[in-house]
Design a protein around this ligand. Structure first.
Ligand code: 3H9
Length: 763
C-alpha cells in the first residue's frame, strides 16, 4: 500500500515488533504509538495536538483516534485535535469517509470535567460537532467502552454510529448539575422520540448498546473490534447521500398531546429532583426541541446551560463526582497507606448470619461473580433465607437480562463450611457477646490467613479482633440496607487492622459495585455517629414545640429523601432503643430528662414502651394505615402535649430556619470532630458517606461541602447562638477544628485535608 506523505510531516522507517513499517510523523513528533494491529492495517499515524491521532486505513478511510487517557475526555487539546484532524481528513482527496474512535477501547467519557472551573480555552464543542455533521464525507463514530455526555453528543453529530455490543452510552450531565449542551437535548429526541429522550436525559442513565440500538441511537452493533467494523462500514457508505443522516435535519417526532406529555414529565422530575434544578432545565430544553426549529432549540439549550453552569448545585455535584473517586485515598494513623498496599485476591467468600443484611450481602457477592458460602445455624431460617436470596437474584438477573448466579452459593448450617473461604463476613444479630463468641469460633475453623470481617454498625472492632488469633486480619465491613442496592460501604479499621486487610475489604467492595470508605473505629463510626446529634436535635425540637411533620417538612424541603422522623419509623424505633439500652441510656418509665450528666430526650424510649416501633407496627412518629404512607397522628400530638405539660415545657413556634440550623449544624459540627480525631481522612470521605448512605441531597455536595458553601463563620456563630439559648442541649458547642478553620480565614474545602494533616502532625 502506498504511503501518503503530508507536507508538514517526515517519513521514517521503523522496526516495530520485528516488522519493517513506514510511518509518517509530523515534523515535531519524535515518537509514534504503534501496535501489532496498527501494523497489520498499515495505518499511517501521526498525532495532532497530541490528543487526537490521525491515520489513513484501507486506502480511503481517515481514522481519527481520541487520545486522552483514561476516558478520552474532550479537553481543550482534544477538541483542537479533532478540529485539526477532521479538517485534514475532509481536505484529503484520497479519503472518502472518516471514522472517529477512542484510544484503549474507550470512545469518550464526555467533556473534561476538570476544566469546568477554569475559563474556556480551545475550540468550543458545539461548532466542532456542527462542522462534523455538515461534512461532505460520511463520518462514522466507532463506539467502544463508553460514549457519555459530550462523547455521545460527538457521536450524534456523526452520520453513523457503530457500537461494540458491550459498550454503554448515555447523557449523564444531569448528575453533574448540567444538561447535554452540545446539542444532546436537541438531537437525541430526534432519534429516540420524546418519551425516551426525556427519561434518558433527566435521569442520566447509562444504557447498553442493545438498548441504544432499539432506541435508534446507534445504527449497528458488533462483537468484533468496533474500529474494524466501523472502518468496513465507512467504506460501504462512502458515496451515500448524507442529508437524511444529519440528525439536526430530522423532525422531532411529537405525540399529539405535547402539553400533557411535558406537564407529566415536569411533575415527575420535580417530585424526584428534591430541589435540584438541572432535571427541570433538561425538560425545558427538550420542550424546545419539540416546539422550536433546531437552531432556536440550540439557542434555548445554551441559555439554560448558562444558568446551570455557574450554579452552586453544579459545583456541588461536580465536587461529589470527584469526592466519590477520592474517597479512601489516605493513610492510617500508623502511617501505613492502605491504598498503596496490594489487596489479596478473594475467590471464595462466606457470609455468616442470613437475616436481612446477610441476605443482601450474599446477593451482592454472588452478583459480583464470587463463590459464596452462606451459613445460618437453624434449619427454618436457612430455608427462608435461601428462598429470599434466590428470589432477589432472579429478579435482579431478569432486570439485567442475565442468568441468575444461583449456582455460586452453597448453603450450610455448619460453621465449618467456611473453612476454605478467603474472607468471611459475619452478619449475625447486633449483640456483642454473640459476635465475640462467633469470632472465637471463626478463628478456630477458618484457614490461617482468612480475613474476618464484621458487619457491625456500632460495636468496637478492637473488641472483636481481640477474639481472633490474627487481629491484623480483622476489619469492619459496614453495609447499608438493602445491602445489595446501597452503594456505600464503611470499611472500619481497628488499632491492629493491617493496611492489606483494609485494602482487601475496599477492593472487594469495589467488585460488589460499592464505594468503600475507610474509617476509624469509634462509636457509630462516621455515618451513625453524625446521625446521633442530628436525631437528638430533632427530639429536643419536639420537646420545645415542633411536630414530627414540621421537622420532616423542613428537612425534605432542604432535599433529604426522608425527614428524620419518617426515617426513624422506616428503620424501626426499636433498633435505636436497643442501641441506647446497650449504652445504659434507657430507663424504664423514662421520667428523667438528664442522662450521663447531660440533657436527654426519652421520647423515643416512651414510644418504644407503647409498642410504637414505626412502620413495622403501623404506628410510630406517624400512623401507617395499611400502607407505607406516613399520616400525622393526633394521638402523637396529644402525647407530646401531655409530655410537655408533665415536664413544665412551654411549646413555642419553631420555624424552618431553626429546624435546619439546629439539626444540620449539629451534624456538621460532629463531622468536624470526626475529622479532628482522624476518624475520617478528609471532608470528601464524610460527604461521600452522607450522600451515598444517608440520603443527603447530592446537589448540596454533602454536609462538609455544604458547610463550606454556607460559610464556616456563619456555622460557628449560629452554633454559638443556639448554645447560649439552650445551654443544656449537647453538641452545639463549635468544636476546636471548626474554630481553627474560622480563625485561619475559612479556607475552601479542598484545603482542609492539608490543614487537618498538619494538625495531626502537631499532636
Ligand atoms: C459533558 O460532557 C458536558 C457536555 O454536554 C458539553 C457541554 C458543553 N472528565 O469513574 P472512574 C476520570 S459533562 C474528566 O474511576 P470507571 C475520573 O475522575 C461530562 N475526568 O472509572 C478518574 O480519575 P482519577 C459528562 C474524568 O471505569 C478516571 O477518569 N460525562 C471524566 O469506574 C477514571 O474514572 C460524564 O458524566 C471526565 N468526563 O468509570 C461521565 N470521566 O483516576 C463521567 C472520568 O484521577 N465519568 N474521569 O480519579 C464516568 O461516569 C465514569 O468515569 C466512566 C468510567 C463511566 C467514564
Amino acid at each position: 500500500m502506498k504511503t501518503q506523505l503530508w507536507t508538514d510531516a517526515v517519513m521514517t522507517t521503523r522496526r516495530i515488533n520485528g516488522a519493517k513499517v513506514e510511518v509518517v510523523l509530523p515534523a515535531k513528533t519524535s515518537t509514534v504509538q504503534s501496535s501489532a494491529h496498527a501494523i497489520k492495517k498499515k495505518r499511517n499515524n501521526f498525532s495532532c495536538g497530541k490528543m487526537a491521532q490521525y491515520s489513513r486505513v484501507s486506502g480511503t478511510v481517515g481514522l481519527i483516534t481520541l487520545q486522552n487517557p483514561p476516558v478520552n475526555a474532550l479537553s481543550a487539546a482534544v477538541r483542537q485535535g479533532i478540529v485539526d484532524t477532521v479538517k485534514r481528513a475532509l481536505g484529503d482527496p484520497e479519503v472518502k469517509s472518516v471514522v472517529i474512535c477512542g484510544q484503549n477501547g474507550v470512545f469518550c467519557g464526555g467533556a473534561d470535567i476538570r476544566e469546568f472551573g477554569s475559563p474556556m480555552a480551545g475550540p468550543p464543542l458545539v461548532p466542532m460537532i456542527h462542522a462534523i455533521e455538515a461534512a461532505g464525507k460520511p463520518v462514522v463514530a466507532a463506539i467502544e467502552g463508553v460514549a457519555l455526555g459530550g462523547g455521545l453528543e460527538l457521536a450524534l453529530g456523526c452520520h453513523y454510529r457503530i457500537a461494540h455490543s458491550k459498550a454503554k452510552v448515555g447523557l449523564p450531565e444531569v448528575t453533574l448539575g448540567l444538561l447535554p449542551a452540545a446539542g444532546g437535548t436537541q438531537r437525541l429526541p430526534r432519534l429516540t422520540g420524546l418519551p425516551a429522550a426525556i427519561e434518558l436525559i433527566t435521569t442520566g442513565r447509562h444504557i447498553t448498546a442493545a438498548e441504544a440500538l432499539k432506541l435508534s441511537i446507534v445504527d449497528q452493533l458488533t462483537d468484533q473490534s468496533g474500529v474494524d467494523a466501523a472502518v468496513k462500514f465507512a467504506k460501504s457508505v462512502a458515496e451515500q447521500p448524507l442529508d437524511a443522516r444529519r440528525v439536526s435535519n430530522l423532525p422531532c417526532p411529537c405525540p399529539p398531546d405535547l402539553d400533557a406529555l411535558f406537564e407529566a414529565a415536569m411533575q415527575k422530575v420535580r417530585r424526584r429532583a428534591r430541589g435540584a434544578t438541572a432535571p427541570v432545565a433538561c425538560v425545558q430544553a427538550l420542550r424546545a426541541a419539540a416546539t422550536l426549529p433546531y437552531a432556536r432549540g440550540m439557542q434555548r439549550e445554551e441559555e439554560l446551560m448558562a444558568t446551570l453552569f455557574t450554579s452552586g448545585q453544579a459545583r456541588a455535584l461536580q465536587y461529589a463526582f470527584f469526592a466519590q473517586r477520592a474517597a479512601g485515598r489516605w493513610s492510617m494513623p500508623s502511617g501505613a497507606r492502605w491504598d498503596g498496599s496490594e489487596p489479596k485476591p478473594v475467590r471464595k467468600a462466606a457470609v455468616v448470619g442470613l437475616g436481612t443484611m446477610g441476605r443482601g450481602i450474599t446477593v451482592s457477592l454472588a452478583q459480583a461473580g464470587l463463590s459464596v458460602i452462606a451459613v445460618e445455624a437453624e434449619e427454618k431460617p436457612l430455608k427462608e433465607a435461601k428462598q429470599a436470596i434466590s428470589g432477589m437474584l432472579q429478579r435482579g438477573a431478569a432486570r439485567r437480562g442475565e442468568a441468575p448466579a444461583l449456582d455460586l452459593i452453597t448453603y450450610s448450617q455448619n460453621l465449618r463450611a467456611v473453612a476454605d473461604a478467603d474472607l468471611v463476613i459475619e452478619a449475625v444479630f447486633e449483640d456483642a457477646d454473640l459476635k465475640k463468641r462467633l469470632f472465637r469460633q471463626l478463628s478456630a475453623v477458618c484457614k490461617p490467613r482468612a480475613f474476618l470481617c464484621t458487619n457491625t454498625s456500632s460495636l468496637d472492632i478492637d473488641l472483636l479482633a481481640a477474639q481472633s488469633r490474627l487481629p491484623e486480619l480483622v476489619v469492619g465491613m459496614h453495609f447499608f440496607a438493602p445491602a445489595h442496592v446501597m452503594k456505600l460501604l464503611e470499611v472500619v479499621y481497628g488499632s491492629r487492622s493491617s493496611p492489606e486487610a483494609v485494602a482487601t475489604a475496599v477492593n472487594l467492595g469495589k467488585r460488589m459495585g460499592k464505594v468503600g470508605v475507610a474509617v476509624g473505629n469509634c462509636r457509630g463510626f462516621v455515618g451513625n455517629r453524625m446521625l446521633s446529634p442530628y436525631f437528638e436535635q430533632g427530639l429536643f425540637l419536639l420537646e420545645e414545640g415542633a411536630t414530627p411533620e414540621s421537622v420532616d417538612a423542613a428537612l425534605e424541603e432542604f432535599g433529604f429523601a426522608m425527614g428524620l422522623f419518617r426515617m426513624s419509623d422506616l428503620s424501626g424505633i426499636d433498633v435505636g432503643w436497643r442501641v441506647r439500652k446497650a449504652e445504659g441510656l434507657v430507663q424504664p418509665g423514662a421520667a428523667v430528662r438528664v442522662r450521663q450528666g447531660r440533657r436527654y430526650s426519652p421520647l423515643g424510649d416512651l414510644l418504644y414502651e407503647q409498642g410504637r416501633f414505626g412502620q413495622k407496627t403501623g404506628r410510630g412518629w406517624y400512623r401507617y394505615d395499611n400502607s407505607r404512607e406516613a399520616t400525622p397522628d393526633p394521638w402523637l400530638h396529644g402525647f407530646l402535649e401531655a409530655y410537655r405539660a408533665r415536664h413544665g415545657l412551654a411549646a413555642r413556634r419553631i420555624d424552618r430556619r431553626e429546624v435546619l440550623e439546629r439539626c444540620l449544624y449539629a451534624l456538621i459540627n460532629e463531622g468536624f470532630r470526626i475529622l479532628e480525631e482522624g476518624i475520617a481522612a478528609g471532608p470528601e470521605d464524610v460527604d461521600v458517606i452522607y450522600v451515598l448512605g444517608y440520603g443527603w441531597p447530592k446537589h448540596r455536595g454533602g454536609p462538609m461541602f455544604y458547610a463550606s458553601m454556607v460559610g464556616l463563620t456563619k456555622i460557628s456563630e449560629r452554633l454559638e447562638y443556639y448554645q447560649q439559648a439552650h445551654p443544656d442541649v449537647p453538641y452545639l458547642q463549635p468544636c476546636s477544628l471548626l474554630r481553627r478553620l474560622v480563625a485561619s480565614g475559612s479556607p475552601p474545602v479542598h484545603k482542609w485535608r492539608e490543614i487537618i494533616k498538619k494538625t495531626h502532625s502537631h499532636l
